[in-house]
Design a protein. Structure first.
Length: 211
């Protein structure tokens, strides 16, 4: 069976308004074709202290029915960009053979999303922070770039644009990171780079520091 693990390579920029973001990245507005409202719950403070992310996401995309996802991210190995192994699994109606829960040493099959959450708590990975917001999402084909315009009032930067590339082959992540750095320089956005990811920004906002 193919591993569900992917490697995300991403960075983000802060802006003061949507109009400012659209002016800085001319392809952004026309590329953002989807919309979502989200609520994310972070679990496992001990994992967070090891630079891992364990989360449950509640997502409403393009006014479709609510979906729930279990997500895990590994340690950040990037320098300019954030580079993490990532697994996302839908748990709206439970899950069969969860790679994430198996990795955590738990029971991997559950009948509902509440059972999945109870398993996280049983594994001593309780919820420790949450936030919500809205995204506009898209893909820019010429640069093979996934795009996200994120609005979240809980963060130091309430408006962020995220650019991302991904691969299943870790040997490619450095070249993808170099591509993101080149795009950042081309559009004169180096001074707008936010290296901290949203969970880190949230943790700092809530607790005033970061381990």
């Amino acid at each position: 069976m193919q591993s569900p693990k992917q490697y995300e390579v991403e960075t983000r920029f802060f802006f003061n308004s949507v109009e400012e973001a659209f002016a800085a990245l001319p392809f952004l507005e026309s590329s953002l074709t989807a919309h979502s409202k989200w609520q994310t719950y972070h679990y496992g403070l001990s994992l967070y202290h090891q630079d891992q992310v364990l989360r449950v996401g509640e997502l409403v995309k393009n006014n479709n029915p609510t979906q729930f996802f279990l997500g895990w991210k590994g340690v950040d190995t990037g320098s300019f960009a954030n580079i993490r192994a990532e697994i996302d699994e839908e748990i709206t109606n439970g899950i069969t053979n969860s790679a994430i829960l198996a990795m955590l040493g738990g029971k991997s099959t559950h009948q509902s999303k509440d059972d999945v959450i109870n398993e996280l708590i049983h594994l001593n990975h309780s919820e420790f922070m949450q936030f919500s917001g809205e995204n506009r999402l898209g893909f820019y084909e010429p640069l093979q770039l996934s795009l996200k315009l994120m609005s979240c009032d809980s963060l130091q930067y309430p408006l962020l644009v995220e650019i991302e590339k991904s691969t299943s082959d870790y040997k490619l992540v450095r070249s993808l990171e170099a591509e993101l750095q080149a795009i950042t320089a081309k559009y004169s956005l180096t001074h707008r780079v936010v290296h901290d990811e949203p969970p880190t920004l949230l943790y700092k906002a809530l607790f005033g520091t970061n381990p």
